[in-house]
Design a protein around this ligand. Sequence first.
Ligand code: GDP
Ligand code: MG
Length: 449
Amino acid sequence: MFEALQDKFQQAFKTLRGRGTLTPETIDETLRDVRMALLEADVNFNVVKALLERVRVRALGGEIGASFTPAQEVVRIVRDELVEILGHDASLLTFSKEYPSVLLIVGLQGSGKTTSSGKLALWLAKRKKRPMLVSTDVYRPAAREQLAVIAKEVGIPCFAGDGIDSPVELALAARKDAADRGHDVLIVDTAGRLHIDEALMQEVAELRTRLRPSEVLLVADAMVGQDAVRSAQEFHERLGTSGVILTKLDGDARGGAALSIRHVTGQPIKFIGVGEKYDALEVFYPDRIVSRILGMGDLLSLIEKAEEAIDKKKALEVHRKLQTDTFSLADFRDQLRQMRSLGPLDQMLGMLPKVGMFRDAGKVHVEEKELVRIEAIINSMTAKERERHEIINGKRRKRIARGSGTSVQQVNQVLKQYVQMRKMMKSMTRGLLGKHLNRFKIPVGSSGL
Ligand code: GDP
Ligand code: MG
């Protein structure tokens, strides 16, 4: 997904690497490349223009500080602005108060309506909903059969409606049946056309009026690029759609539709289809998509995780303690707890580039289950011992081991890790990551990384 765009972005940012300072010229040079990358990916011209203007203003506006390298700063600004363009937060489904909520699925023929209806039903069923499906494509018997087959495969009931040949009658009958059987969601698949035409629009508009759906979801095919944006726009103007399911992003879609729809139509992308299998439906998270597009992977996700999980007040406190050498075993325990909330520790440490400050990061080997034991050991200490580890002599170690159901050796190991961690964290308060965190107004050394 988005490989071509990713390559182009990498290329654009390459120019910036190794530059100590950013001049307006280098920024312009980079943004020219970014612009080309976006246009080649078939992103809407107005979207590109709006995006680059915002990036340029921020990049020139003195936001480039001493903390990140200039290249990283520009990447960060581009990231932020791309996320904004995509609507910032994931947009969730709305359900109505009365059962069943109706989700009306509309779009051009071949865009993936029927497949997405099945996928969505499965997605909802996994989230404790009881969906039912119905096809209102009365023009092609094969279309109704197709939905029935998919429904069977994903294990969701599909309303047959044999003998009914009006789309509205079918949908209304299905809604009644769904209510009778205690289904809370009815997904209504509709007939598509090759092009938007009056008859299609009227039919869907009538379905909309009669069913009062809580969502009118437009299914658009990402492969057709700006045509998907145009159809999204038209459907929205005619019907007032509430969101978009963008399909076929697994193919070699260039990303243009994904990056443009929100800005052009004001409609959020709610889901993306990423394959032909029925579980290949994902909630559209703007920030994750942008990370994928920028391909910055690890360091970016580390920064993001740190941004999310760090308790800033505590961080300040830890920083002070490290500076004044009063970082106790109790603090160590708190830090380990916090690191656990960041995710598997090895993974966290693994994300750090093994250069400079971080060369030693891998040396503190702490396994997830070990954290539990470390906590038990520290819990078995007296408050005084936790404050002043140097008083923990052989006799105390024995007692702590017994109290925590561990061995003296394991207690020794924890004490060693504590000392090592303390040293490492202290050095990091002056290090690269410290600066990174500082950039987000989080005091250095805060995450315990
Ligand atoms: P409809 O005419 O809008 O109902 O479209 P269909 O649901 O029948 O889908 C048309 C084709 O697109 C089918 O071959 C689907 O398997 C395929 N398709 C739908 N969504 C995706 C997707 O996310 N990825 C891929 N690769 N194919 C998809
Ligand atoms: Mg269909």
